[in-house]
Every structure is written in C-alpha cells, then in structure tokens.
Design a protein. Sequence first.
Length: 151
Amino acid sequence: MKLLATFLLVLFCVSSYSNNTINETRNLYIKAAKSKDNVKFFYNYISDLEVNEPGILGYKVATHFLKAKYGKNPYKRLKSFNTGKKLLEIIIDRYPNNIELRYIRLGIQLKCPKILGYRDAILIDLNLLTESYTLIKDNDLKLKIKNLIIH
C-alpha cells in the first residue's frame, strides 16, 4: 500500500512539473515572439531544458523561426526559417495529434509573411484545434488557442 501511495505521489509530482514546464515554456515563447529583447533569454532557457515531450521539442524548433524573425543577415534568416519549417513538419508527422505542436505551427503560419509560402496547414490545424478544444485539459493552452484564433 505504501509503495502504491509513493508511486502515485511521484507520478503526480512529475506530471505537475511537466505541466508547469510546458506552461512556462509557452509563455516565454510568446514573449520572445513579441520582443527581440526576450529571444536570448528564451533561447538560453529552452537550450537547458530536457526534451521529455513533443511540445518542448516544438518550442526548441521554434527558436529557428525566432532567429529568422529577428536576424540581420537575409540569407541566414531564410536558412533558419527553412530549417525550422522542415524540423517542425518532421515532428508533426511523428506526433500528428499533438495539440501543442499544432498550436505552435498555426501561430507561426498565421504570423509569417505570405511570401515565404508556409501557410498550407492553417485550415488543417485550425480544424484540429477547434475540434479538440473541449478535450484539452490544460486551461492555459486553451486560453492561448482561443486568443490565437480570435486575433
């Protein structure tokens, strides 16, 4: 009985830690996407994180898009964008039903310049997110999805 109680406590702590980590990562990413001053902090933060779930990996990949957004050299910006695009598509192919990854991609596709041609999954992601909305247990993610779709 003690072993079961200990196992459940450890499981709860790991789950709670993981949920806090993804929420913090999501919020820091949003700040970095809005301000160049926050990008370096986010990059250092995400570099130190252990990848233990697809969402964290998605935010690590999203740093390529931030480099593309705020970089100075046009060649390096485009290269970084294309690397991020390729990696994000690979992760989504591997985890096609992951809501966090679809949220990340939708946000990137809605905000990137049309000339880059990375807008082909907007409707797919939008449909998946709206259909899955009531099933999402993470209230912070639900709010972020709602705000992204409204704006």
